[in-house]
Design a protein around this ligand. Structure first.
Ligand SMILES: [Zn+2]
Length: 369
């Protein structure tokens, strides 16, 4: 939509569909979240999750993937509405929960919605740093999407793949989790690149971001990088918050040493990394306030309400590793654009983000009008 929320625009995905190409829209967060919604929906507000999800039917796109739907039964004005799932099934979509459900699907070229199994997280796939082998990963969805869009199709396809939680980890100023999310996204980029190597004269891959988040800087006064410190972090800010919250809940008499041991095991602080006295006393003061006085327990960022002690521990670890953060929100920093394949020479310059779909349209001979 335009900035007034009244004039719909035609996205590159619709331009591809109009030309007879198959279209896939996949992400590591929910299927109805803002970035992928802009490819298939036309609603005035990003929070109109039910209305956005329902537009899958009118898009008639071929493959959707992500964690789940945020509001499958509730409209923007908080009214109970018919569940999206039977509506999507009636429109011909196979709603598949988990990677086994996809593996068992006889006809991979069906119209597909691939999401987490029941009981899995709704709002997003787990952070890569927290994933277990059985969890649905962005690479699983990417591999399935490429297979399904390519099979029995001679007209080509457009696929948008979003690593949506790089942004979330940056909102929380959590460098180790951010790095793992970028590596996880890179696994999907590799799958796309493998496809390109098979069809180099018919494929264009563009990798970019809609913005930077957090004002992430490498170096923070010292020029000695200690990014290896970050590798001691075993779980995300979200899971560290859960672990600290569980300790507080399950063990009302938890001591400072109990908490210190938990932080040491999950971040390397106190055990593998010697921390400054000021940081130690700040953490102990936070323990006193949170565990003893039961005040000041959470630190809120855009997508998470973190335990203050978890946020403080990660902030100390990031500083020790020579990482600096300028904010908890989106920044105006330039975003890189990488491209390979047919028409990639159009991307070797500074450009406005709105030029990107125009250049893709030129390369794929699509019309955005
Ligand atoms: Zn964001």
């Amino acid at each position: 939509m335009d900035s007034t929320g009244t004039v719909p625009y035609k996205s590159i995905a619709y331009a591809a569909k109009q030309k007879g190409k198959k279209v896939g829209i996949i992400t590591s967060v929910s299927i109805d979240h803002a970035t992928r919604a802009s490819f298939y929906a036309h609603q005035a507000d990003r929070d109109m999750y039910y209305e956005i999800g329902k537009e899958i039917v009118t898009s008639n796109f071929d493959f959707f993937g992500g964690s789940n739907f945020l509001k499958p039964e509730t409209t923007f004005d908080h009214k109970k509405a018919p569940s999206l799932f039977p509506i999507l099934e009636k429109a011909g979509y196979k709603v598949l929960k988990g990677k086994d459900a996809y593996a068992q699907l006889p006809n991979k070229s069906d119209k597909i919605i691939l999401m987490n199994s029941d009981g899995g997280p709704i709002d997003a796939l787990k952070y890569a740093i927290d994933q277990k082998p059985s969890d649905l990963k962005l690479a699983d969805i990417t591999s399935a999407a490429i297979t399904s869009l390519h099979q029995d199709n001679t007209n080509g396809f457009f696929l948008m793949i979003e690593g949506g939680k790089i942004d979330w980890a940056c909102h929380a100023n959590d460098a180790a989790t951010t790095i793992q999310e970028v590596l996880d996204f890179n696994t999907s980029a590799q799958l796309a690149y493998d496809f390109y190597k098979k069809f180099p004269n018919e494929t264009l891959i563009v990798v970019t971001a809609d913005h930077e988040t957090g004002g992430l800087g490498v170096g923070n006064g010292s020029s000695s990088l200690k990014t290896k410190f970050l590798s001691h972090q075993k779980i995300s800010h979200a899971e560290l918050s859960n672990a600290i919250g569980n300790l507080r809940k399950n063990n009302p008499n938890a001591t400072w040493d109990d908490l210190k041991n938990l932080i040491a095991a999950q971040t390397g602080l106190f055990s593998k990394i010697t921390i400054h006295e000021t940081d130690r006393s700040a953490l102990e003061a936070a323990y006193q306030k949170s565990f003893v006085d039961h005040q000041n327990e959470t630190a809120k960022s855009l997508y998470a309400s973190d335990d203050k002690i978890a946020a403080l521990s990660i902030s100390i670890l990031n500083r020790m590793g020579s990482i600096s953060w300028a904010s908890n929100n989106h920044s105006a920093a330039y975003a890189p654009v990488y491209a390979i394949g047919v028409g990639s020479e159009q991307f070797n310059q500074k450009m406005d983000n709105t030029d990107i779909p125009k250049k893709i349209a030129t390369a794929a001979k699509l019309s955005l009008d």
